[in-house]
Design a protein around this ligand. Structure first.
Ligand code: FES
Length: 579
C-alpha cells in the first residue's frame, strides 16, 4: 500500500499550502471543532448525503453517514459530510426525473470545488442513485456508493404488500368497486413499515443492484434492509475502504465503469427483473465515461439471461426475501458460473467481481433461482422495439407484460396528456374496448419535462369491472419500476420532438410484435407525410429557470436523457485558488 506524503493529495492543495490560503482553509474548518491532526495529510473523504424529510426513502441516511464516518476515522481519514440535493419520487412534481441531471450537476460541482480526495455517496430513492453516480463519474475521484436499503416488507391482512406494485393493484381494485375506501386506507397504513426505499424490485432496488453489479458498491450491500444493523456495518466498511482507495489511488470510477461493467449491469438487470428506468440511467452514466451504449445492446445482452429473481413486480417476493436468499451476489455468482457475466470486471473492493461472489449460494431457492430452473426463461428482459412509430427505439419489459398481448394489433385511442386521459377513462360511455391500444404522447423528456412515470396508464373502470387486467399501452413516458403490464415506453423521438407518435390518430391500426421487436402504425408513408406537414410544432411549456435549461438541452430517451452539455467528464482538476 502506498501512502502518499502530506502535500501530494488533492486536499493538500487547500490544507497543505503555506501562507494566507492555508491559514484560511484550515482555520475555518477548525471552527467546526477539529484538532490540527486532521490536516496531517490524511485522506479527506466527502460523505455526500441526500437525506431529506422530503425524500422519505432517504430520511434515515444521517445514521448511515455516521457509520461511514466511523469507518473513515478508523482507517485514518478525515470525513466531512455535506448535503446534496435530494429527489423524492413520491412527492416531487412534475417528476423527480426532471431534476436527476440537476442533482448530478450539483454533486459533480460540489466534489470538484472542495478539498476532497475521495467520496462516499449516500443515496436511496430512485433518482438519487443515478444522480450521485453521474456526478461522481464526471469528476472521477475515488468513490463508493452506499444506498440506504429497502424498507421492511409491507404486511396487510396476513399478506405481503409491495411498494408501488400493490399501490397500482389495490387502487385498481378500489376503482373496480371491489375494495372500499376504508380498506384502501388500511392498506396504505400497513404498506410502509420502516425507513428505506421501495422494497419491490422497483427503480430504487434496481439501481442499488445495478450499482453493485457495476462494481461501484460493496458486494452484498444492495439488498440489506434499511433498519438492519448490517446496513450500518456495510456503511462503516465503505468508510474504511474509501480511505484505502485514496491511499492506493484507486480504483477510480473510470477504472470501474468500463464497457464490461456496463454489460454486466445490463445482464444483471435482466436476471433480477429490473426496472426499465435502468436503461435510461445506465445509458446516461455510460455517456459520462465515454462508453457508447446503443439501445439494442440492452436487448442483445439480455437475450440469453433468464429471470432468476422472483420479486414483484415481475414475481412474488420482496427485497427482504432477496436479502434472506443472499442478495445480489447469489445472482452474480450464478451468472458467472453460466458464462453470462464477465467475472474479471473490477470493483471498488479492488478485486474482480468473480472473486467476490464465488462462495455465494441461494439460501432461498424459491426467491433466487438457477439458470437451469429460472423464474422465466431467457428473453424475458427488456425488448427494444423499432418501427415507423419509434424510429429511435422504444422499450418493453417482457417479464412484466401479459404473454397473450406480446403480439397484438388493435385500434389506437390517442391522448395528448395524462390529465386528458384521467378525465376520460372513468366515464361510463368511454369508447374504449379491451382490444384497443392506448396511446399517450407529449409525455417525453421535453413534452412533459422530466418524462414522468405515467406510461402504465390505469385501465378504464368499466373494463376493470369486466375483469380486464391488461391492455397494450404505448407512450413516450416512463413507467415506475414497480409497475407492470404490456406497456411500451420511451418511444423515441418523443411526440414533442416531432416523433411519429405525434402523427397517430384515434382509429389508426397499431401493431405490436414483441417477438419480432416491431412497433408500427399501419398508415402509409404518404399519409404520414401529409399529417406531418399539417402538424403544429410543439412549444415547450416553460420559459425560465432549470426547466428552460432542461427542455432546451435534454437528450432523448435512447440517449439517456442527459443534458447535451453534461455528456463526458471534466475530471478532478483542482480549481483556481480563491484569492
Ligand atoms: Fe422512493 Fe420508491 S418512492 S424508492
Amino acid at each position: 500500500m502506498v501512502d502518499t506524503v502530506a502535500g501530494e493529495r488533492r486536499s493538500a492543495r487547500w490544507f497543505g499550502v503555506p501562507g494566507r490560503p492555508g491559514f484560511l482553509h484550515r482555520s475555518w474548518v477548525r471552527a467546526e471543532g477539529f484538532t490540527p491532526e486532521v490536516f496531517d495529510g490524511r485522506p479527506v473523504i466527502g460523505i455526500a448525503n441526500s437525506a431529506s424529510e422530503l425524500t422519505p426513502c432517504n430520511s434515515h441516511l444521517g445514521r448511515v453517514a455516521e457509520a461511514v464516518k466511523r469507518g473513515v476515522w478508523q482507517a485514518g481519514g478525515f470525513p466531512l459530510e455535506f448535503p446534496t440535493m435530494s429527489l423524492g419520487e413520491s412527492l416531487m412534481r412534475p417528476s423527480a426525473m426532471l431534476f436527476r441531471n440537476l442533482m448530478a450537476m450539483e454533486v459533480e460541482e460540489t466534489l470538484r470545488a472542495n478539498p476532497l480526495d475521495g467520496v462516499v455517496l449516500l443515496s436511496g430513492c430512485d433518482k438519487t442513485t443515478p444522480g450521485m453516480l453521474l456526478g461522481a463519474a464526471s469528476v472521477d475521484l475515488p468513490a463508493i456508493l452506499v444506498t440506504g436499503g429497502p424498507m421492511l416488507r409491507g404486511r396487510w391482512r396476513g399478506e405481503d404488500v409491495g411498494s408501488g406494485t400493490d399501490v397500482w393493484r389495490l387502487t385498481e381494485e378500489h376503482r373496480a368497486g371491489r375494495l372500499s375506501a376504508d380498506e384502501l386506507l388500511e392498506a396504505e397504513t400497513c404498506m410502509n413499515r420502516s425507513n428505506g426505499h421501495c422494497m419491490t424490485m422497483g427503480t430504487a432496488s434496481t439501481m442499488a443492484c445495478v450499482a453493485e453489479a457495476l462494481g461501484m458498491s460493496l458486494s452484498g450491500s444492495a439488498a440489506i434492509p434499511a433498519p438492519d444493523a448490517g446496513r450500518l456495518r456495510v456503511a462503516q466498511r465503505a468508510g474504511q475502504r474509501i480511505v484505502e482507495m485514496v491511499r492506493e489511488d484507486g480504483p477510480r470510477p473510470s477504472a470501474i465503469l468500463t464497457r464490461r461493467a456496463f454489460e454486466n449491469a445490463i445482464r444483471a438487470n435482466a436476471a433480477i427483473g429490473g426496472s426499465t428506468n435502468a436503461v435510461i440511467h445506465l445509458t446516461a452514466i455510460a455517456g459520462r465515461v465515454g462508453v457508447a451504449l446503443e439501445l439494442e445492446e440492452f436487448d442483445r445482452l439480455s437475450a440469453d439471461v433468464p429471470l432468476l429473481v422472483d420479486l414483484m413486480p415481475s414475481g412474488r417476493f420482496l427485497m427482504e426475501d432477496f436479502y434472506d436468499a443472499g442478495g445480489l451476489p447469489v445472482v452474480l455468482a450464478e451468472l458467472v458460473r453460466a458464462g453470462l457475466l464477465d467475472g474479471e470486471a473490477r470493483t471498488v473492493e479492488g478485486g474482480t467481481i468473480a472473486s467476490q461472489v464465488e462462495r455465494s449460494r441461494s439460501w432461498r431457492p424459491d426467491v433466487v433461482r438457477t439458470v437451469a430452473d429460472p423464474v422465466q426463461a431467457a428473453g424475458s428482459g427488456t425488448a427494444v422495439l423499432r418501427g415507423n412509430l419509434c424510429p429511435d427505439g422504444a422499450v418493453l419489459k417482457i417479464s412484466a407484460a401479459s404473454p397473450d398481448l406480446l403480439r397484438h394489433t388493435g385500434r389506437a385511442v390517442v391522448f395528448d396528456s395524462i390529465e386528458e386521459y384521467l378525465e376520460t377513462i372513468d366515464r361510463e360511455d368511454v369508447d374504449i374496448s379491451s382490444s384497443d391500444v392506448l396511446v399517450l404522447r407529449y409525455s417525453g423528456p421535453r413534452g412533459y419535462p422530466g418524462m414522468p412515470e405515467v406510461g402504465n396508464l390505469p385501465l378504464p373502470a368499466r373494463l376493470l369491472r369486466e375483469g380486464v387486467t391488461d391492455m397494450v399501452r404505448i407512450s413516450d413516458a416512463r413507467m415506475s419500476g414497480t409497475g407492470y403490464g404490456t406497456v411500451v415506453l420511451h418511444v423515441a423521438p418523443e411526440a414533442a420532438a416531432g416523433g411519429p407518435l405525434a402523427l397517430v390518430r384515434t382509429g389508426d391500426v397499431v401493431t405490436l410484435d414483441a417477438t419480432a421487436r416491431v412497433l408500427r402504425v399501419e398508415v402509409g408513408d404518404e399519409e404520414l407525410a401529409s399529417r406531418r406537414a399539417a402538424w403544429t410544432p410543439f412549444e415547450p411549456p416553460s420559459t425560465r429557470g432549470w426547466t428552460r435549461l432542461y427542455v432546451d438541452h435534454v437528450l432523448q430517451a435512447d440517449k439517456g436523457c442527459d443534458l447535451d452539455f453534461l455528456v463526458g467528464s471534466s475530471g478532478d482538476a483542482v480549481p483556481r485558488e480563491n484569492h
